[in-house]
Ligand binder design. Structure first.
Ligand SMILES: [Zn+2]
Length: 339
């Protein structure tokens, strides 16, 4: 099969990779119908994480081609969505809703779903069957559910976005934008998008942002306070993962408020005393997308939400290198790879 491999930072190639096989009786093999490039794939691409000959990709939708002997709920021919972490969905951590930290977790990025096929470990726990045949627009949204929508949703839930709440969103990538959509669906009264990118501001407003703040750092925090009578936001979504974004998120949140942080942390250090006096609730980490998939699939298949519009560039798998380049140069927010 064909699949994406990152040989070194900036060096992405599509090449022949071995066809996946059933390795464990709990595995399935799917034919990937669409995959995409994640903002987190840019960390190794830019040399911020070491990378050497790594298969790439952890988002996927597809059709089941084979199942192992112990797979009971998922069948050959099912149209499925899974998250970027394979999970058994039965251990105590999973049952508490934190499937991304399942005691048997397998990171799908190590398998690489930017490919024609993929092995899905723990298929019964990981995959969720889509009822019926999705339209093209629904398929794009289902692919978004696999990571960016599910992650934005978790961030909004972790930040306790809801009725009467003012939500600040740090980061205008796909996750931040879909965090806005999630906050809106969860009933937030006011949603402040922090962005200085005109097209992303427009999309932010489409998804439900009521205000846009272009300032960053201390000036950004001051602006959020100014918009909230000096209090700060009740709920802040952090969707970048840098020192600046995390400091901004905590600083923009009022005492007693909640920060949902889902940007993969790179070089972030928090001062203990600053954190002590910030008096905010912090919950974040790799999003347990699996917790939200059944609800998100239902909303998408009933056309209640359209998160697939975050994909602003669609390329065949063979042109994946161009997709990485476009995202790296911020010419694209989110690239869909058709397989
Ligand atoms: Zn588990």
């Amino acid at each position: 099969m064909r699949g994406v491999v990152m040989h070194a930072p900036g060096d992405v190639r599509v090449q022949d990779r071995p066809d996946p096989i059933i390795e464990q009786p709990t595995d399935a093999v799917i034919r990937v119908t669409a995959s995409c490039i994640c903002g987190s794939d840019l960390w190794p691409y830019r040399g911020a994480e070491p990378v050497h000959d790594a298969p790439m990709g952890h988002e996927y939708i597809g059709v089941v081609e084979q199942v192992g002997g112990d797979v009971k709920d998922i069948q050959v021919g099912d149209y499925v969505v899974g998250s970027f972490v394979a999970s058994d969905n039965t251990c105590e951590i999973c049952r508490a809703g934190f499937q991304s930290r399942c005691v048997h977790q397998v990171m799908m990025g190590a398998i690489g779903t930017q490919a024609e096929k993929a092995r899905i470990p723990l298929a019964d726990g990981t995959l969720v069957k889509v009822p019926g045949e999705p339209t093209e627009a629904q398929a794009r949204s289902l692919l978004a559910a696999s990571d960016v929508l599910g992650t934005g949703w978790f961030a909004a839930v972790a930040a306790e976005a809801g009725p009467g709440k003012t939500v600040a969103v740090v980061g205008d990538g796909a996750v931040g934008l879909l965090g806005i959509l999630a906050a809106k669906r969860l009933g937030a009264e006011r949603i402040i998008a922090m962005s200085r990118h005109a097209e992303r501001q427009t999309l932010a407003r489409t998804f439900g942002a009521t205000d846009v703040v272009e300032e960053r750092g201390e000036a950004g925090i001051a602006k959020i306070k100014e918009l909230t009578d000096g209090y700060g936001a009740h709920s802040t979504i952090e969707a970048v993962g840098t020192q600046e974004s995390m400091t901004q998120a905590i600083g923009a949140t009022r005492p007693g408020g909640h920060v949902g942080y889902v940007g993969v942390s790179h070089g972030v250090e928090l001062d203990g005393l600053d954190l002590f006096f910030a008096t905010v609730n912090l919950l974040g980490g790799p999003a347990p997308v699996r917790r939200f998939l059944p609800e998100l699939i239902d909303l998408i298949m009933r056309d209640q939400i359209d998160p697939g519009v975050v994909f602003d560039l669609e390329l065949p798998l063979e042109d994946a290198a161009e997709g990485y380049k476009a995202m790296d140069e911020r010419r694209a927010t989110k690239v869909l790879l058709t397989v």
